[in-house]
Design a protein around this ligand. Structure first.
Ligand code: F6P
Length: 574
């Protein structure tokens, strides 16, 4: 395994010349407006947009001028970003607290991938193909019709996102993703046939409480349904093969995940198996190829033309120099609805740190809160705050030039049918014209929102409009301040050619590397997550309190009070 990174960073970020220059430069932004910058530079869009790996990034609506980027790139060079990128992609142990590599790029390196990676991929392809051609049978000899993936966090977010984006139809077998224990699993199982259902337990640690609860409930359901050899109805993806075998998963159905693959970076590993089953192994190979394209771009493009580097630096500029404490990612793209959730784990579990790699308390902010949802819903929920709130929120808009190639089964009516995962009622959809029109509506809303965030609507403009609408001068003056939009709110727009496996792979790798760029400059470890480990441990310690008859009295007064109150009210109900 490659060694530790070369010469670690030793200087405090806020004391570097570039940081000081950026602090001075930021003061010049108090009276700049993006609207004026666009008016004075007709080439601004061309100057600040970049194509790479099939994606177009328009970063012209950010609070930047050429000097801003020069200073940000100087900061990157002071932090030896290129050396750090090289260490990451070479598999050096950049996860310094756990002394591990973060070598997710090796998972998509094709023929150059490590032997164990290629071996695991071959095994995945074999199982996925057999399931898709119906030659995998349950204990009763019936072909598997439903695959249920049981995992949480990085063990579900990536594969569920890839399946939703690249396999929107209910194919065969149908693939379902369950993460939270309880109702959702029971509701799903009520509609499935135990004799034709396969469970994939996705857990790197094979110790995550929620996933084990689901796996135990699945096993009990199989047994209660009379399935004799429940082992043939399980597979597992884990770094703990012995624990999976002890649970009852046959050895030949256990797929490995290595300690140099972080959960939030694991889609490209066997954790992606449910997605491969849903989309097919050729499409999954395209997903890997798209990510590999972005790895090559990240490794080879000069920093000033490097898409992950530009996104990371501009994000840092907003977070550290404009105190923008959150950022939104808003896809206007059917199939990317799960992207904000995947990014929440990627960015907030990677960048939610307050100590440098040398163990020193940081003087500057690090990861902002990441949130978002599909744009169409967001416009009817939180865009008011984005346009007129007191706190500007930088936004990444994501959409595609073409509508997703809809692959619905032809219906008897000749249109395209939406079939429910469980073969429910079929509803004919419109033809290609309907799809293109709907997509044009998506694009126009996406571009309109980013334009308005940037240019705003001045009070004078608003007053003029109100007068033209027939309002009195007094009424127009009264309403104008309420209806004006301040503008000057930054956003990026990422345009995919079409949402397909290759463009999705490039998009997700782009955000993985954007995250690394920020961690490298902030000098934090993007690949551990000690904060969540404590939570898991304490939750495990609290669990026995709920079955004990004695009152809880060994925690803080609030926790003891809440435990005792909930037990009392649970007892009253029962
Ligand atoms: O949230 C903590 C975490 O360890 C994530 O990093 C991980 O993706 C998730 O829990 C699930 O962990 P496992 O795959 O070990 O079940």
């Amino acid at each position: 395994m490659p060694d530790m990174p070369d010469k670690p960073i030793t200087t405090s970020l806020t004391r570097t010349p570039a940081w000081r220059a950026l602090t001075t430069h930021q003061r010049t932004w108090h009276d700049r407006s993006l609207r004026d910058l666009f008016a004075s530079d007709p080439q601004r869009y061309h100057r600040f947009s970049l194509e790479a790996c099939g994606l177009l990034l328009d970063y012209s609506k950010n609070l930047i001028v050429p000097e801003t980027l020069d200073l940000l790139l100087a900061l990157a060079n002071e932090r030896r970003l290129q050396d750090q990128i090289r260490d990451l992609l070479a598999g050096k142990r950049v996860n310094t607290t756990e002394k591990r590599a973060a070598w997710h790029s090796a998972l998509r390196a094709g023929e150059s991938a490590p032997r164990e990676v290629r071996k695991a991929l071959a095994a995945m392809r074999k199982l996925a193909a057999a399931l898709r051609n119906g030659t995998i049978h349950g204990a009763s000899g019936n072909a598997i019709t439903d695959v249920v993936s049981l995992g949480i966090g990085g063990s579900v977010l990536g594969p569920a996102l890839a399946a939703a984006a690249c396999a929107p139809d209910a194919g065969s077998p149908r693939v379902h993703f369950i993460h939270t224990p309880g109702e959702s699993l029971h509701h799903l199982l009520a509609a499935l046939d135990a004799a034709t259902t396969l469970f994939i337990v996705q857990s790197k640690s094979f110790s995550t409480q929620e996933t084990l609860l689901n796996a135990q409930a699945a096993r009990a359901w199989l047994q209660a349904s009379g399935v004799s050899d429940h082992g043939t109805h399980f597979a597992a993806v884990t770094a703990q093969a012995a624990a999976a075998q002890a649970f009852g998963v046959p050895a030949e159905r256990i797929f490995p995940i290595w300690d140099w693959v972080g959960g939030r970076y694991s889609l490209w590993s066997a954790v992606g198996l449910p997605a491969m089953i849903a989309m097919g192994s050729d499409a999954f190979d395209e997903l890997l190829a798209g990510a590999a394209d972005m790895d090559a771009h990240f490794a080879g493009a000069p920093l000033e033309k490097n898409m992950p580097v530009l996104l990371g630096l501009i994000g840092l500029w907003h977070a550290n120099f404009f105190a923008m404490a959150s950022r939104a990612v808003i896809p206007y793209q059917p199939g990317l609805g799960l992207l904000p959730a995947w990014l929440q784990q990627l960015e907030m579990e990677s960048l939610g740190k307050s100590v440098s790699r040398r163990g020193k308390a940081l003087r500057q902010d690090t990861g902002p809160v990441l949130w978002g949802s599909a744009g169409t819903e967001g416009q009817h929920a939180y865009f008011q705050l984005l346009h007129q709130g007191t706190r500007p929120v930088p936004v990444d808009f994501i959409t595609s030039c073409q509508p997703r190639a809809a692959r619905r089964e032809a219906s008897p009516l000749g249109g395209r049918c939406a079939t429910s995962p469980l073969g429910g009622k079929q509803v004919p959809l419109g033809g290609a014209a309907d799809t293109n029109n709907t997509h044009a509506v998506m694009l126009s809303n996406c571009f309109a929102q980013s334009a308005l965030l940037m240019c705003g609507v001045s009070t004078a403009q608003t007053e003029q409009t109100l007068l033209q609408q027939g309002n009195t001068a007094r009424e127009a003056a009264r309403l104008a301040p309420h209806q004006a939009l301040p503008g000057n709110r930054p956003s990026n727009t990422l345009l995919l050619p079409v949402l397909d496996p290759r463009s999705l792979g490039a998009l997700l790798a782009l955000y993985e590397h954007r995250t690394f760029v920020q961690s490298a400059i902030w000098d934090i470890n993007a690949f551990d997550q000690w904060g969540v480990e404590h939570g898991k441990h304490l939750a495990g310690g609290l669990l026995p309190e709920f079955t004990s008859t004695a009152p809880s009295a060994s925690h803080d007064a609030s926790t003891d009070g809440l435990v005792n109150y909930s037990k009392l009210h649970n007892r009253r109900k029962s």
